[in-house]
Design a protein around this ligand. Structure first.
Ligand SMILES: [Zn+2]
Ligand SMILES: [Zn+2]
Length: 427
């Protein structure tokens, strides 16, 4: 992880590979990048290293934080992939990254402040992001979707402009937090996972100042913020992927003296009955009857995610084998940019007729005459008549003797053991 030399950390002069900096692959998921950043940030956190390494680790810390700021954001990440750091350089026409706010990042990731120390005099300058998951169907990801919703959020009280007091009232220092405005608290962030963070003091609502009941703002009752319902809208571009983030900048709850955080939706793709998605490609089963597999057909075989019927011509004289894979170019998922699409893979599934489907012996005989003749007979000196159990389970193979199931053996490529797992007898 820490392979980048000291010159890499400066980040300004020469182009540093952000993925390399975080020790992740270009193809890494958002979750992997987040994990790598957490690890790197903890490692280089200025509070976690001896005094003499502090300056160096601060530089490194800033570098990994900046890398994460860009790679965590889908849009910024795409820009970076395309143009490199030039995309974020205002002098070269980029939008600029506005500088990375360490406190902001730390407050979000760990609930701590750089230089905050015991007293916690410095409050986070940016509110926490509101993270939520948003479930989407494959159909919605195929077509794209706009979602309108009403969000209940806290906004700065318009009457007192966030002071919490009536006009011309002199504030007193809050005695519970000694004017710091914050208290230490523990927050559950996952099962059995608790982290410490600084929360606004309840008594003074984080102001560090306290007002008597009669001096408080009438509208917010001294709370400095009021609840408001706001109509919001998110747009999910077609071709979006599981795990992508959609950010509504600055739409999280407002607190006085803070830049509001973002509302962040992480897309969760719901499993689909017919289609399986891998990247831009889709796969589905192609159900045909035995007659169709043998004699051909021309029909709609599948309803696509946008409702279109997919028509397939399987000419007479050609055979579909069970398990055969057909690839239909350009019928996969749309890409976010451009008109290109992934491909659709169809796996042929042949429905064989039920037992006893023909009325009489003569019919079977006719069918037999139509189908190709069997392979030449196997000649053998000695012959045993055997009985069999139909519909057996291959998973049980090897089970009675305590050997691993054959499925496991087959999947293991370098497995070369000669335990004599039964080989296919007809080979
Ligand atoms: Zn107010
Ligand atoms: Zn207080």
């Amino acid at each position: 992880m820490d392979s980048g030399g000291p010159n890499k950390a400066s980040g300004e002069e020469e182009e540093t590979d952000l993925y390399e900096l975080l020790g992740v692959e270009k193809t890494s998921t958002a979750a992997e990048i987040k994990k790598a950043y957490r690890k790197a940030a903890l490692q280089h956190h200025p509070d976690k290293v001896p005094e003499d390494q502090r300056a160096e680790s601060e530089v490194k810390f800033k570098a990994v934080t900046q890398a994460y700021e860009i790679l965590r954001d889908d849009e910024k990440r795409q820009l970076y992939d395309q143009f490199g750091m030039a995309a974020f350089d205002p002098s070269r026409g980029g939008p600029g990254d506005g500088g990375v706010d360490l406190n902001d990042m730390l407050a979000q990731m760990f609930g701590m402040n750089v230089g905050g120390g015991a007293g916690g005099q410095r409050r986070p300058r940016r509110g926490r992001d509101e993270e939520q998951q948003y479930k989407v169907t494959l159909e919605e990801l195929y077509k794209g979707k706009t979602v309108k919703f009403a969000a209940n959020k806290r906004v700065i009280c318009s009457l007192c402009k966030g002071s919490g007091a009536k006009e011309k009232v002199k504030p007193q220092q809050c005695d519970r937090c000694k004017g710091a405005g914050v208290r230490e608290a523990y927050r559950q962030v996952g099962p059995g996972l608790v982290r410490q963070e600084l929360l606004p003091c309840d008594n003074c609502e984080g102001t560090g100042m306290f007002y008597k009941e009669k001096d408080r703002c009438k509208k917010c009752k001294g709370k400095r913020t009021v609840e408001e319902t706001k109509a919001l809208e998110i747009y999910i571009p077609r071709g979006s992927m599981q795990g992508e983030r959609i950010v509504l900048e600055g739409e999280a709850d407002q607190f006085p003296d803070q830049i509001p955080g973002d509302i962040v939706f992480t897309l969760v793709e719901e499993p689909h009955d017919l289609f399986t998605r891998v990247g831009d490609d889709l796969s589905a089963e192609l159900d045909v009857t035995l007659a169709e597999a043998l004699t051909g057909f021309s029909r709609v075989v599948l309803k696509h995610l946008d409702g279109r019927g997919i028509h397939l011509e399987h000419p007479r004289g050609k055979i579909f084998q069970p398990g055969e894979i057909l690839k239909i170019a350009g019928e996969g998922m749309p890409r976010k940019r451009g008109d290109e699409r992934g491909d659709l893979y169809l796996s042929v599934k042949v429905a064989f007729p039920e037992a006893g489907w023909l009325p009489d012996d003569a019919a079977y005989e006719t069918l037999r005459q139509l189908l190709p003749p069997p392979e030449p007979l196997i000649s053998s000196e000695e012959v045993d008549e055997v009985e069999y159990e139909a519909d057996a389970d291959i998973e049980q193979m090897g089970g009675r003797s305590g050997h691993p199931r054959p499925g496991m053996v087959w999947e293991d490529e370098d497995d070369d053991d000669d335990q004599g797992g039964p080989q296919c007898a007809t080979q």
